[in-house]
Design a protein around this ligand. Sequence first.
Ligand code: SF4
Ligand code: SF4
Ligand code: SF4
Length: 262
Amino acid sequence: MSEKVRIGFYALTSCYGCQLQMAMMDEILHLLDKAEIECWFMVERDSDEDREVDIAFIEGSVSTQEEVELVKKIREKAKIVVAVGACATQGGVQSWGKDKELSELWKTVYGDAHVKFEPKMAEPVEKYIKVDYKLYGCPPEKKDFLYALGTFLVGSWPEDIDYPVCVECRLRGNPCILIEKGEPCLGPVTVAGCDARCPGFNVACIGCRGAVGYDVAWFDSLALEFKKKGLTKEEILERMKIFNAHNPKLEEMVNKIFEEGE
Ligand code: SF4
Ligand code: SF4
Ligand code: SF4
């Protein structure tokens, strides 16, 4: 067995933005005395998805039957599986239409085109296999990726971020878009780590880094605040589902607000 840590990068259905983000990290070159890249089609055409690896980084959402088989194979051959980016961790923005018929969505985008694969509704990787660690973002921050990889390489385990974007927003001293402009900012329920990028440009957060845990985020409180600002239940749900359509708690909590009244 190689003494180097064996790493694989795998792509499912996505815009490939996460792959590009990782491929542009010069720092990965400095790791080559410690790590062996076993699979990465974006940088090596002869990559082999069948090789065993210590760490598998998977980006993209599971959107075909072939990808279901692929993630199961990766799980069997990897010691640690990391889901990379909003597509792999939350199903991506392509899950926004998950309550619609796949055939209807397909027809809208592809018309009558025939394909060689068997399409499915987009799902996060965790729907099919156990995921050991998640790198949030669309795409993930370079620092998050290097922190996780570096931590794995020294035989340790990276910490999760369990506080919301609002914390970073306050630290930056941004004016609050929700309070001052009345816009439906999702920062209070979204995993921090982007240094409140969007509010920093005076744009409301749309939740690309996924929802913080139910025990630390209160979707119902935020939904109530949105309701007070005049948004309808449907508008609130549409907003919250842009990147979090697979969150099972979301609908339940927003429904609660509208059933209970104020
Ligand atoms: S998470 Fe965002 S950047 Fe990454 S593949 Fe999906 S859409 Fe592209
Ligand atoms: S702008 Fe958004 S992220 Fe920033 S403090 Fe207000 S609600 Fe939170
Ligand atoms: S502010 Fe929200 S939408 Fe913008 S990058 Fe951060 S998590 Fe994503």
